[in-house]
Design a protein around this ligand. Structure first.
Ligand SMILES: Nc1ncnc2c1ncn2[C@@H]1O[C@H](COP(=O)(O)OP(=O)(O)OP(=O)(O)O)[C@@H](O)[C@H]1O
Length: 327
């Protein structure tokens, strides 16, 4: 039985918590999500990779304030990972020593059941985050249909020896996340499931949110973050239909510049090469057939525009400081 799709929420939350940034854009989506969840509808955060769906799901779960379970969808996840299954046998030795001179030992085997993550959450009214649920096979996710509609979880026949329908606690909440269906490794989500939850379409956050997120994750100065994020966003805007330039790229660029103490200037060749490496990584991963030379040229133009503007601003700030704004 594969259990690789199931990880502890605490392990993952630790990694995300430190840098979480709340901006008006994120707050607005959060409030809508809570509205639906409190009306007992599961929610589905859908959007391109690296738009912040997973961290948002975790933030929402924290606001609900109940223990949270996470499942990471992938091809190998089985219904048994979600619900539970038999997991080998336990051996019991029964010793009969009734007559002093005779010793009888009987080995007795009992089948051992392991609860899947969802059982506890369903029973006690906790929160389940099912991240990238469309990466699991649709037949794996079928078990959730009765959970969402009839509010019961159908357990396998050998669950504690009974065929049991587990009643779902009224407070049980599910937050699904997924990437658009055109992504590789993503199954089309079943209409029956989609019909039972409310989808919030996420896109990349606004400029100010992206700057705040980049600062929180890298520790870079605001002035540098503003310029680097602007380069990333202009490049993303121009190439959206071809390949992905995500929030992770803003964060990567800011982190590398900060850690490497790289001078952010158009005449700094190292900086230009770092920008090209970071921002064109997605092309090879996504195997899009784009003209790399043309892409580099375009990125060069963007860097020139943003960084010359930066130089102009710096000169004018210097002049203001020097001449006291009189010139
Ligand atoms: N509000 C936020 N505050 C701080 N960091 C954030 C925020 N939103 C996103 N990030 C950061 O942006 C990156 C992408 O976020 P996340 O993993 O949640 O995206 P995703 O949409 O789930 O991506 P994928 O579809 O690839 O799983 C992560 O490094 C995350 O820490």
């Amino acid at each position: 039985m594969s259990r690789e799709g199931v990880k502890s929420f605490d392990d993952v939350a630790m990694a995300y918590n430190k840098a979480f940034t709340l901006t008006p854009y994120i707050e607005e989506i959060t409030n809508r999500a809570l509205l639906y969840l409190n009306a007992r509808y599961p929610i589905h955060l859908k959007g391109p990779a690296g738009t912040g769906k997973t961290v948002l799901a975790m933030y929402i779960a924290q606001l609900i304030g109940k223990p949270t379970t996470m499942i990471f969808g992938n091809e190998a996840v089985e219904t048994s990972d979600i619900v539970g299954s038999d997991y080998g046998f336990t051996k019991k030795l029964v010793e009969d020593n009734y007559i002093h001179s005779v010793r009888k030992t009987v080995e007795d085997y009992e089948q051992k059941w392991i609860d899947g993550r969802i059982i506890n959450a369903c029973e006690k009214g906790y929160v389940l985050i099912y991240d990238e649920f469309t990466r699991s096979r649709p037949e794996t996710n079928n078990i959730l249909l009765s959970v969402l509609e009839e509010k019961v979880l159908e357990l396998p026949i050998n669950y504690y020896g009974n065929n049991k329908l587990l009643k779902i606690h009224p407070d049980f909440k599910i937050i699904f996340t997924s990437n658009p269906e055109e992504y590789t490794g993503v199954y089309k989500s079943q209409d029956a499931l989609v019909d039972r939850f409310i989808t919030l379409e996420l896109d990349f956050p606004d400029y100010d949110s992206e700057v705040s997120i980049a600062i929180a994750n890298s520790g870079i100065t605001e002035e540098l973050a503003k310029n680097l994020v602007l380069i990333v966003r202009k490049f993303r805007e121009n190439n959206r239909s071809e390949f992905l330039v995500s929030l992770r790229d803003s964060i990567k660029l800011c982190k590398i510049v900060k850690e490497g103490k790289i001078n952010v200037a158009y005449d700094n060749e190292i900086f230009k090469k770092v920008c090209i490496d970071v921002l064109t990584s997605g092309i090879s991963v996504q195997r899009t057939h784009v003209d790399r030379a043309k892409i580099k040229e375009e990125l060069d133009t963007i860097m020139k525009m943003v960084l010359q503007e930066r130089t102009r601003n710096m000169v004018s700030q210097e002049q203001t400081r020097y001449y006291g704004g009189k010139r």
